[in-house]
Design a protein around this ligand. Structure first.
Ligand code: SF4
Length: 379
């Protein structure tokens, strides 16, 4: 049992993590990075050197950085992969997670810098960590448009300029432009460690679109000319954590949703209402189809069916705290039982003391049975 000897609350380890993160170059830079292309307007604020007025919750991103760093370093040591390499053309810059060289290109490097095994074709790879919450969506639908844009920009910079001329990679810079043929996403689930690889041939047309996107940002006279690519704080996690959200949604009345700034007149109201009605109708129909499918599957066993895996959760005996046993535990531990037993307070005391809280099954009651549909694993 832990005894507190001071009234001072222990410090949070996250304070240290946030302080270090705030000093990372990525958090300070004002140039446009390929990884900043998640929102046109946000990219515009970075290019304009706007003040960052909001610090979002960065815990998940920081955990992702730790995992990312560990995996890449181990891959470098074991496989000789080129990791964390800089590219720039003076306008856009980036750090490519992994570049896999083909045999012909690798042969142009000094022996000690060659990979253990050459790739079939030069491949630019991006490692992304994701939570279990979005994992099924990631394996089904792959990278987002912004993630794809980021990696296309990396590949395009390598194809047109090559590796940046910076200390630590001069031997790579001397290769000149590198003929990237493939891009690869390596998704890693932060909760389970599962790995999902998705590959695409390099597509010049898509790379041109990515460059076009950047050019629009650079040409804008002010960030406010640029599109908000997300729905705003409260509706989008990207906006919730955006350092420029105050400037982007300026004018909102305190206490009201920031999205109210998007309505200027009755025409805007009419459009929002029409969107609402259309969305509601689509939702109603989708809900009907979903409820019908759920009912049809109710007695089906778990397993793979076509492209999907059917699983079931819940449906277990319901439990609650056993008050009688709780009182006995208090007596055994020489703790004072309140005159009127207060279940919540007594549970809190037992937990603090490290004693198991007694539970009992609630006769005839089960937890809610829930359907779990995920993509069927490829055999
Ligand atoms: S708050 Fe959202 S829409 Fe505005 S710049 Fe940031 S990410 Fe883009």
């Amino acid at each position: 049992m832990t005894t507190l000897t001071t009234g001072k609350a222990p410090i949070s380890i996250w304070d240290a993590a946030h302080a270090v993160d705030a000093r990372r170059p990525r958090s300070l830079q004002s140039e446009l990075g390929a990884s900043d292309t998640i929102c046109s307007r946000r990219a515009g604020y970075i290019v304009a050197g706007a003040e960052r007025t909001h610090v979002g919750d960065k815990k998940a991103a920081i955990l992702g950085t730790y995992i990312h760093k560990g995996l890449l370093e181990d891959a470098r040591r074991e496989y000789g992969w080129l990791v964390e390499r800089s590219v720039t053309d003076g306008v856009v810059r980036g750090h490519i997670d992994v570049v896999q060289l083909d045999a012909a290109t690798a042969a142009r490097l000094p022996k000690r810098h060659r990979p253990v095994e050459a790739a079939e074709v030069v491949t630019v790879e991006d490692v992304k960590t994701k939570s279990a919450r979005v994992w099924d969506r990631v394996v089904r639908y792959g990278p987002t448009a912004a993630e794809m844009r980021q990696v296309l920009l990396y590949a395009d910079l390598l194809r047109t300029v090559g590796f940046a001329d910076v200390p630590g990679q001069r031997y790579l810079h001397r290769l000149g432009p590198v003929d990237v043929q493939r891009i690869r996403f390596r998704f890693v689930c932060r909760d389970t460690g599962e790995e999902e690889i998705q590959e695409f041939p390099f597509d010049e047309w898509l790379a041109m679109q990515a460059r076009w996107w950047v050019d629009r940002v650079l040409e804008a006279d002010s960030p406010e000319e640029l599109r908000r690519d997300h729905d705003g704080p409260g509706l989008s996690a990207v906006c919730d954590n955006c350092p420029f959200r105050d400037a982007c949604w300026e004018g909102a009345v305190p206490g009201a949703p920031v999205q109210t700034v998007l309505v200027h007149d009755d025409a805007d109201r009419a459009k929002a209402l029409a969107d609402y009605v259309r969305a509601h109708e689509k939702f109603r129909e989708s809900k009907r189809v979903k409820e019908l499918a759920r009912a049809m599957l109710d007695d089906s066993p778990e397993g793979n069916y076509g492209a999907n895996h059917l699983g079931w959760g819940g449906g277990n005996d319901k439990e609650d705290t056993d008050l009688q046993a709780l009182v006995e535990k208090f007596e055994d531990a020489d703790l004072v039982v309140p005159m009127v037993p207060d279940k919540d307070a007594m549970v809190a005391i037992l937990r603090r003391a490290g004693i198991v809280v007694p539970r009992r099954k609630v006769a005839g009651q089960k937890t809610v049975r829930s359907i779990k549909v995920t993509r069927a694993k490829k055999l």
